[in-house]
Ligand binder design. Structure first.
Ligand SMILES: C[S@@+](CC[C@H](N)C(=O)[O-])C[C@H]1O[C@@H](n2cnc3c(N)ncnc32)[C@H](O)[C@@H]1O
Length: 277
């Protein structure tokens, strides 16, 4: 049904009349709210006329997801004429079947798509999942995912600290922890915004890779650790994280990220994928 003929008809209509009334209203509404510099994800975007208009209104880039490749030639013509070809990526992806194949965007658009897909709940769920707020934190699911990965990344720093301060007299470690405790406010601000920013750079596609690499490195370190060094410890700033204890050994630090991960995993509001629980 969504073949070359349909694509030619859609492109011809857009060249002649511009956007239809609904699409125009959608672009106007988004432009009123501000699209400057935004990334756009259009699901089932056909020849991509809505993306074109959003780019003209100031959006930075667009990704078009389609089930049918029949639109690509017409879409390329429209983009070439508008001089916007280098700002649009066209991909053949069924987002409902594979929600993690796509990076989140500032704006997600669906126009006349829900009616064409047999499982609209799955389609809309996939569009919204990573951007949905998590349960009990101010982060979205994707931002929280970064924070969970960060829990593993920070262990490499903590291990170095324990190795260093664990050799010094206990009062030195306690003073250091007290200084960190007193800086809990700026720490929590940085911690919050850090995950917001990092989720943009290390989106979920790269996060999995970073997480695997970090865990593998921690496993290598742990395998090389001498038994007595695992008992070495230092005072920790308990106000920084609920899983920081007043005194933690190297063994406790190795255990920390899995507990932190498990705690936050329960706050994710991602829906189970196909075959999931
Ligand atoms: C009626 S066309 C509308 C095209 C365009 N949005 C427009 O308004 O002219 C619906 C399009 O949605 C696409 N589509 C449906 N379900 C999809 C999904 N799960 N992922 C990506 N594209 C999808 C179909 O391939 C089809 O091209």
């Amino acid at each position: 049904m969504f073949d070359d003929r349909f694509a030619r008809r859609m492109a011809a209509r857009y060249r002649k009349k511009g956007l239809d009334a609904t699409a125009r209203r959608m672009v106007e509404l988004l432009a009123e709210r501000g699209v400057q510099g935004a990334s756009v994800l259009e699901i089932g975007g056909g020849v991509g006329e809505i993306q074109l208009e959003l780019l003209r209104a100031g959006a930075a880039s667009a990704t078009n997801l389609e089930l049918s490749p029949a639109y690509d030639a017409e879409a390329a013509r429209l983009l070439a004429v508008a001089g916007l070809a280098n700002r649009v990526q066209r991909r053949l992806v069924d987002i409902a079947a594979d929600p993690t194949a796509v990076e989140p965007a500032d704006i997600v658009v669906l126009h006349r798509v829900v009616c064409c897909y047999p499982d609209y709940e799955k389609l809309l769920g996939a569009a919204a999942d990573l951007r949905r707020p998590s349960d009990g934190t101010r982060w979205t699911n994707e931002q929280l995912l970064f924070h969970m990965v960060f829990g593993f990344m920070i262990v490499r720093v903590l291990l170095r600290l324990v190795r260093l301060l664990g050799r010094l007299p206990a009062p030195v470690g306690r003073s250091f922890a007290a200084v960190l405790d007193s800086a809990r406010r700026p720490f929590h601000v940085v911690n919050y915004w850090g995950s917001c920013g990092a989720a943009l750079v290390f989106n979920h596609a790269r996060m999995g890779w970073i997480c695997d690499r970090t865990i593998a490195a921690l496993q290598r370190h742990l395998a090389r650790e001498a038994e007595d060094s695992l008992h070495r410890g230092m005072a920790f700033p308990t106000s920084w994280d609920p899983y920081f204890a007043p005194y933690m050994t190297l063994a406790d630090v190795y255990r920390y990220p899995s507990r932190h991960f498990e705690h936050h995993r329960r706050q994710l509001t991602l829906r189970p994928g196909p075959g999931g629980p």
